[in-house]
Design a protein around this ligand. Structure first.
Ligand SMILES: Nc1ncnc2c1ncn2[C@@H]1O[C@H](COP(=O)(O)OP(=O)(O)OP(=O)(O)O)[C@@H](O)[C@H]1O
Ligand SMILES: [Mg+2]
Length: 147
């Protein structure tokens, strides 16, 4: 089933992500985030981390574009590995790290997944693809599909 959500502001995207986090309850799990630069992939991740780990962890969320991987932890809840494949030629450059996350009860959030879904999905207990379209200065269309 494919779902569509039209979100009209950054605040709505954060609130949506916070609620979406409740769907994630079997780990390891994976969320793939597709969409152009500035679509809101990192902002959505902040909301997701808020929902799973709370405000303090959410305040740590920043773009992994340069460091490639950020990890977020809370008192409870899964370790969240926030990964960005944008600068990589092939996502397999991070295979060692990825295999570690897949063998633990983690949530893996991937920006710019570059067709890596087929590899990850058989290794996780839940997976979602979320693609974000920029439909206006503060409007975004989210398309959510469970894989
Ligand atoms: N409805 C909205 N949802 C998400 N972001 C929005 C929305 N409206 C405006 N924005 C703005 O768009 C920008 C999204 O930035 P963000 O870093 O989350 O994008 P990104 O998809 O991760 O980009 P990149 O590919 O560069 O990592 C932020 O400045 C945010 O405030
Ligand atoms: Mg980003």
């Amino acid at each position: 089933m494919v779902e569509h959500y039209a979100l009209l502001s950054s605040a709505e995207t954060l609130a949506f992500a916070k609620v979406f986090a409740r769907r994630l309850e079997r780990f390891p799990a994976c969320v793939f985030l597709e969409g152009p630069l500035g679509a809101g992939k990192t902002l959505f991740t902040r909301g997701l981390v808020f929902g799973l780990l709370g405000a303090k962890a959410a305040s740590q969320v920043k773009s992994p574009s340069f460091v490639l991987i950020n990890e977020y932890k809370g008192k409870e809840g899964p370790l969240v590995a926030h990964i960005d494949f944008y600068r990589l030629k092939g996502w397999k450059e991070l295979l060692d790290e990825v295999l570690d996350y897949l063998s633990a009860p983690c949530l893996i959030v991937i920006e710019w997944p570059k067709s890596s879904q087929g590899f990850f999905v058989p290794h996780v207990r839940q997976a979602y693809n979320i693609s974000i379209e920029i439909t206006g200065p503060s409007e975004r269309l989210f398309t959510v599909e469970e894989l």
